[in-house]
Unconditional design. Structure first.
Length: 255
């Protein structure tokens, strides 16, 4: 069931989204060579504490997970696509880091992700990240009243495939509101004009995931959470929480 949000509810979700934006900005600024993923997680926890918000990630345990998630950020390095557990790994020059983060404030949830290079960027990583951001922008542009879920999926997938990148099958965006994961699902590839019609008041987490090699295969790591590319190639993941309004898409987690 898809819940349509009121303008007041969307404003409240924007407040949660801005906590997310502040945390991701702080984490990216702190992510230098030698800094551990646990230190970045601690920084994000401090942003939550200062805002009086809580984490929808911490303790989350979907059906596929062997254990509850132990962090407030997902920190996915290099060949990790999503769901990386923050641990003692210390960032190295040239690492590609994707950070996913959520916040719950006043009963509403915001969710966003960013990918960036630590230290000296590799040209191929710069292109991968830029394409992920282009795909996200295309998906957001398609999130308008009168379009369908398939139009968002097609916009994202077209950008990714045209650049020669892979798209992990079965993973994509989702509705969001009182809970982190709500209906509907938002695939990263699909056919235009298909799927659920987009209506005013729908709020979606739109999140492209790209694999550098052009292959779509992935597997779960031994921790049961981290998804890694099968061929060891690098991946990028970006995301925004977006409200569909009569005036067009409103990005609630804009940084």
């Amino acid at each position: 069931m898809v819940e349509l949000k009121t303008d007041t509810s969307i404003d409240a979700m924007h407040l949660a989204g801005q906590v997310v934006a502040r945390a991701l900005t702080a984490v990216q600024e702190a992510a230098e060579v030698g800094v551990s993923l646990l230190e970045l997680d601690a920084l994000a926890r401090e942003v939550l504490r200062e805002a009086g918000a809580t984490s929808p990630f911490l303790g989350y345990r979907p059906s596929f997970a062997p254990t509850p998630f132990p962090g407030v950020i997902c920190a996915s390095v290099n060949d990790a696509i999503v769901h990386g557990i923050p641990d003692g790994y210390r960032l190295r020059d040239g690492d590609l880091l994707s950070v996913d983060f959520g916040a719950e404030l006043g009963g509403w949830v915001g969710d966003s992700a960013v990918s960036f290079t630590v230290g000296t960027p590799r040209p191929q990583d710069t292109r991968l990240i830029a394409t992920a951001e282009q795909a996200l922008a295309a998906g957001i542009e398609a999130a308008v009243v009168g379009n369908r879920i398939g139009d968002i999926a097609y916009a994202i997938g077209s950008v990714c495939r045209a650049a020669g990148y892979g798209i992990p099958d079965g993973f994509g965006g989702h509705g969001i509101g009182r809970r982190m994961h709500e209906d509907p699902g938002v695939p990263n590839e699909g056919r235009p004009g298909r799927g659920l019609p987009l209506r005013r008041g729908m709020v979606l987490a739109i999140e492209p995931m790209l694999v550098a090699s052009g292959r779509d295969g992935y597997h779960a790591a031994a921790d049961g959470w981290t998804l890694r590319t099968n061929d060891g190639s690098r991946a990028a993941h970006v995301e925004h929480t977006v409200a569909i309004t009569e005036a067009g898409p409103r990005v609630l987690t804009a940084r």
